[in-house]
Design a protein around this ligand. Sequence first.
Ligand code: ADP
Ligand code: MG
Length: 723
Amino acid sequence: QTRQNAIAAVTNYTPTVEPLNFSETSPTEVFGSNVFNDKVMKNMLPKDIYKSLMATKQSGEEMDPAIAGPIAAAMKEWAISKGATHYTHVFYPLTGLTAEKHDGFLSPDGEGGAFAEFDAKLLIQGEPDASSFPSGGLRATFEARGYTAWDVTNPAYILENPNGTFLCIPTAFISWKGHALDKKTPLLRANQAINKAGRRFLGLFGNDDGEMVVSNAGPEQEYFLLDRNFYFARPDLMVCGRTLFGAKPAKGQELDDHYFGAIPRRVLAFMLEVERELYKLGVPVKTRHNEVAPGQFEIAPVFEQANLATDHNQMIMTTLKAVGKRYGMACLLHEKPFAGINGSGKHLNYSLSTPTQGSLYSPGATPHENMQFLAITAATIRAVEKFGKLLRATVATAGNDHRLGANEAPPAIISIFLGGELAEIFNQIEMGDLKGTKAKGKLRVGVDTLPPLPMDSGDRNRTSPFAFTGNRFEFRAVGSNQSIAGSQVALNTIMSESLDFMCDEIEKITKGDPKKLSSACQKVIKGIMEKHGHVIFNGDGYADAWQKEAEKRGLPNLKTTVDALPNLIDEEVVKVFSDYGVLSKDEMYSRHEIFFEQYNQHVQTESALVVKIAKTIILPSAIRYQGELAATAASLKAAGIEPTLGTLSELTDKLRQLQKTTEALEELMAQNSFKSVEEEAKFKTDKILPAMLDVREVADALEGMVADDLWPLPSYQEMLFIK
Ligand code: ADP
Ligand code: MG
């Protein structure tokens, strides 16, 4: 039935919505049409108020509270004109999800009538009942409330849909004592830190022109699409977002015929609609294509400043899911929905820039500019080597464990790819002797005499977790389902520390004498290369040889969440976060606790579902088939024909194994006294996950034996190829 419905959905598919078309709707007409953006504000707000708001946005300084009233009034008028009845403070709790609490504009006037109410107070601060969001001990349970605070730097917008339209206000979510309970607050703090350290660094090179140094993010989002009929027939997909059972299909991705292939038409219609929705919200989505696995796709926006890009990525994820439904499809954001098939990640393209200088990771045209470029790149090498374990911890989730280190995603070892030419230049600096004589066999590349660097050296490496790609670094280990905030916060924090380190070291040598800058720079880079240069690796990250080589170099290989998360409370990590005012010790410990809890909950849910599906879906269908085989054997015997009992005995054997492995899993799950969340997680990694796989192995073998018409779960083949 499921199969027939899905096939009918594909073959009978006719477009219901007129696709977007730029001759009828111009790009400017649609882009940002549901955003309370600068243009709208300029039109609606008194001049001085608009100016004051812009100054706040551009300088990152505190807002004059007096301007909130007029802004709230304009926002209300605009939202109501767009059809909104409600408003919501949107916030990003530590679950990584997007949370909303809706309030109506309608307010009774006390005389039997009502009016639309929305003022400065309601704009600036909200109080969601947030007791069920994780706080990791930061908020005693009796003090359930946290509050949401308007993030002036990101624009409010309208979410318009057939089921109701409402105004969304981006907010930070904070406890009454001021602790960050969300993903946005630390990002705003880390942005401030990088601005300060970045400007100090630019100042050293005479390039601080008074403008903010901002961090940018360009997240490439991967996802799977499958027909909703299949989705609803698979409790594992519905509840966990990934298949807990399923035999390998006869045709997988071996042929690589999906990658960059023609996009199926229902999918194309879906993509166009996703894009239209996102354009309206001012999300600059740009690229779309098929990904490596069948049924897998990618959407990528043009990069933006990190805070905006992070909110926009959350909107992209929400929109993919919502629009999927309208097209009869389910969008899976899980990192590994199908075993044996490529998983989904999110490449986080990272750079630092100023409005006039552009990306600080762009090699310049002159050797002098290149000195600054080499210095910031060296600072990055140092940061990534020194805090590699932290970066690994920011991408540690139950889902991502299935992907990292498999032969498709970067390995769990954090290394940097620089590309041949750039790596060579850093080698030269490391080898070069500073007195100016030629080191034996090595060309001396003093910073003063650097050759112009290649703008885009063209060589690319898909296997590195942290790759230089011409004018940015690409952090490829982020999971498809994760918020990009965690990694972005970590990068900004460790880069602040590293830039300050560079400045300190260089200043120690120059003592303010600009003539000494280039030799000082060279000396500091050389020192960094000697201490941290082993993090550079330009080879094949998938090869076994790299695992061994990395071990020799002393690079950590943290394979699982359980190995990675403890680094969040590593002394050095806690110190750098608190030194830069990004997260306090308490806030780091709470995150450590919450992320472990989340891991445990995920595995708990999955294991419970493995038992349930094995017992109530797979076992019964196999028993039915066993009955059919037994009945056939009996009737053959009655007719005087000797039946061959091979299949029946093999099936019976597997049935017993299924029961045995399921019982073994249940027994392990019964253990529930643990001293800490960490101990529990370790138990789940070492014992529960393998026991789940034992059940799966038997069940998948049964899938290959039981009559197809009796098998209840849609197969990999069907889910991946019918679309
Ligand atoms: P590829 O798949 O080839 O790596 P894509 O075009 O899919 O590239 O995505 C690249 C992403 O990197 C885009 O989001 C793009 O806007 C972003 N990007 C480009 N330049 C920068 C930069 N300087 N800083 C941050 N992100 C950038
Ligand atoms: Mg891409």
